[in-house]
Design a protein around this ligand. Sequence first.
Ligand code: COA
Length: 202
Amino acid sequence: MIGCGGQQEVAQIPVPDLWTDGVLFSSGPVALRRLEEADCTDEYVSWLQDDTVNQYLETRWLAQSLESVRAFVREQRSRSDVLLLAILVEGDRHVGNIKVGPVNTRHDYGDLSYFLGAKDVWGRGLGSAAVRAACAVGFELLGLNRLQAGVYEQNTASIAVLEAAGFQHEGRFRQQLVGPHGREDHVWLGLLRTEWQTADPT
Ligand SMILES: CC(C)(COP(=O)(O)OP(=O)(O)OC[C@H]1O[C@@H](n2cnc3c(N)ncnc32)[C@H](O)[C@@H]1OP(=O)(O)O)[C@@H](O)C(=O)NCCC(=O)NCCS
């Protein structure tokens, strides 16, 4: 997010060692682990090229290829203010990604973004489970005070996922985005650590 409260400098995430490659953070039906270059498969590229998956993702503005996704993963892994995580189900099946960050450790907040590329797993509560797991990473493991996410107003599934995790609607930037059906508001939701601690986990 750009602005006087936005990310001006890279800040160190306090516990990067926790995300040694291969370590799993399990929560309900999903597990998260740090995304590796080896996760960049043709299937991963096909997710990003899928018009239904990418209609609300900024990745749709750029051509995607194995090389471009590998470069993206390398760049994200080199950053100390971002945790880019693979969403795993049914053991080790990689079905999408979730990112905690950029994190601002001066103000203790971080952005959250995610997608499930494997459409056959949509509608089973896995997006919600992944967001809840990433909230646990942000609040418990990284010690953040706040997580926030920006969503196209027509992306009702994504808004429902955030609401189910306890996120509150905080703001709306009118017609900030060009969506699949025209201009859309950019809706911002946020969750505080205190709200997360008292939320009903069901
Ligand atoms: C958004 C996304 C993560 C949702 O994941 P999911 O696993 O299908 O969602 P869940 O099964 O956890 O459902 C969560 C809620 O969304 C609702 N929902 C699911 N699909 C929906 C749809 N197409 N339209 C409206 N609501 C929908 C569910 O009913 C559920 O609501 P409830 O908690 O009130 O019952 C997934 O569809 C996705 O990755 N989409 C493409 C990428 C994307 O848009 N990412 C988010 C960018 S901000």
